[in-house]
Design a protein around this ligand. Structure first.
Ligand SMILES: Cc1cc2nc3c(=O)[nH]c(=O)nc-3n(C[C@H](O)[C@H](O)[C@H](O)COP(=O)(O)OP(=O)(O)OC[C@H]3O[C@@H](n4cnc5c(N)ncnc54)[C@H](O)[C@@H]3O)c2cc1C
Length: 414
């Protein structure tokens, strides 16, 4: 049994704590925050084996340049004279190639499917009662151009991984999937393999479960530095004293890069801000969906409907950009004819920082430099999906057990 300290209590940290505790380790989770906030609470809750294309993919160079000067666009990158950002941007565009796409699709699909199956197991084993919607995900489109693109992706999904998909026109969608809302769409594609959860509900229940089985949580503890003894971390320095352990796991989301830098480990991760609007009235929306032309998500959650989206790479800041929030509201109202997103939803908007790695793949593993530190971060738009698989892989790394899958694509020193 080892003493393990997990830095960060988002979905990656909690999943890691779960699998380490299950293996008999003594686990403490440290988190800088007191509140239920951030990416793991505001996300759209999708578990998406259907999404195997990394963010860094062909087309992102032209998209990035086009959107760089439009702060209401779905993908906004604000250039900064910061060497870390410049290196990240350089490596991001350098990774947006066909070669990288082809080598990334299989590992992303494999870890996604593994993770979806682990969510099912966790729910079964813990007895946690939380939404786990199995109706699948819809990709709704309004234009012929988007339809052609989406049909091509669906054919690729079927051809490469045997993913089941079906294309429907508007009338079929209204009859079969969305009988209670009038849609303004040309059609959609259904991916039955995907799932959707209510993140805040699950996070709270998961934390309570972990406490009940002996995991210790320390809130308002900000890790500030590491004490090294040879090639091992001996202690963490925090705003409230130091913490000793045998193994340390870095799961601090978008903040991971800054902490890793203290150990001379280069993690090219930028914060990618996204927003959510929650509507508590009955919207009639039945299916989880991505509104393709608006690049945004719609999730019928437990007790409310969530509209989420935008990717704003503009450094670590707490600013809420009104034009981006408005773009989410407008996008939703453009696809669901009678929907009016109430003003309280806009006023109570919340955001989260996605940890966006330079090549769209997570970092899962040990660095070459420090023996007893495992890194699990950089999951970008897939962190909710990949939580359980990441936690399981971290436990296998800590225990030096055979890995459930090949994790070479996720190695830290890349
Ligand atoms: C709008 C939006 C929609 C999304 N939708 C989806 C989706 O549908 N499906 C999907 O798979 N993913 C989605 N994502 C992405 C997903 O939410 C993230 O990838 C995931 O939550 C990242 O989890 P994490 O645990 O790595 O980071 P976080 O949830 O950010 O957790 C990191 C934790 O570390 C703590 N921390 C930071 N610094 C320190 C420190 N120095 N000391 C101690 N603690 C520290 C923070 O307080 C925080 O609690 C979405 C994200 C957003 C913003």
């Amino acid at each position: 049994m080892k003493k393990c300290t997990v830095i960060g209590g988002g979905i990656i940290g909690l999943s890691t704590a779960y699998f380490l505790n299950k293996q008999g380790h003594e686990v403490t989770v440290l988190d800088a925050s007191m509140k239920d906030e951030g990416a793991s609470f505001v996300n759209a809750g999708y578990i998406t084996p259907s999404h195997f294309i990394p963010l860094a993919a062909p087309g992102m160079i032209s998209k990035g340049l086009k959107y760089m000067f439009d702060s209401s666009s779905p993908f906004y990158m604000k250039p900064r004279l910061d060497p870390d950002f410049m290196e990240w941007a350089f490596r991001f565009f350098k990774s947006s190639t066909k070669k990288h796409l082809h080598s990334s699709m299989a590992p992303i699909y494999e870890i996604n499917t593994f993770s979806r199956n682990l969510y099912e197991k966790i729910l079964e084993e813990t007895g946690i009662v939380s939404q786990f919607d199995s109706k699948g995900l819809m990709m709704y489109f309004q234009s012929e151009k988007a339809k052609i693109h989406e049909v091509k992706l669906a054919d690729q999904a079927k051809g490469l991984f045997g993913i089941d998909t079906a294309v429907y026109d508007k009338n079929q969608i209204q009859d079969k999937f969305e009988p209670h809302v009038e849609m303004n769409i040309l059609g959609g594609i259904h991916y039955p393999c995907d799932r959707q959860m209510t993140p805040g509900e699950f996070m709270r229940a998961f934390k309570n479960y972990l406490k009940s089985v002996g995991v210790t949580f320390e809130h308002k503890i900000r890790v500030e530095d590491f004490d090294l003894k040879g090639t091992e971390v001996s202690k963490l320095q925090t705003n409230h004293g130091s913490y000793q352990a045998d193994e340390f796991i870095l799961c601090a989301g978008a903040w991971s890069a800054k902490l890793a830098k203290k150990l001379n480990i280069k993690l090219l991760i930028e914060a990618g801000k996204g927003y959510r609007l929650d509507v508590f009235e009955n919207t009639g929306v039945n299916m989880s969906a991505i509104l393709v032309e608006r690049n945004m998500a719609v999730s019928p959650m437990d007790g409310f409907t969530r509209f989420a989206g935008t990717m704003e790479i503009a450094g670590m800041n707490t600013r809420i950009r009104k034009e981006r929030v408005k773009a989410i509201k407008n996008g939703a109202e453009a696809f669901y004819k009678d929907l009016k997103v109430p003003s309280y939803a806009v006023e109570k908007v919340a955001y989260g920082m996605r940890p966006v790695s330079f090549d769209g793949l997570p970092f899962i593993g040990k660095s070459d430099q420090v023996k007893n530190l495992t890194i699990a971060s950089g999951h970008a738009m897939m962190g909710w999906s990949l939580g359980p698989a990441t936690g399981k892989l971290v436990q296998e790394i800590v225990d030096d057990h055979p890995k459930s899958m090949n994790i070479n694509a996720f190695r830290v020193n890349r």
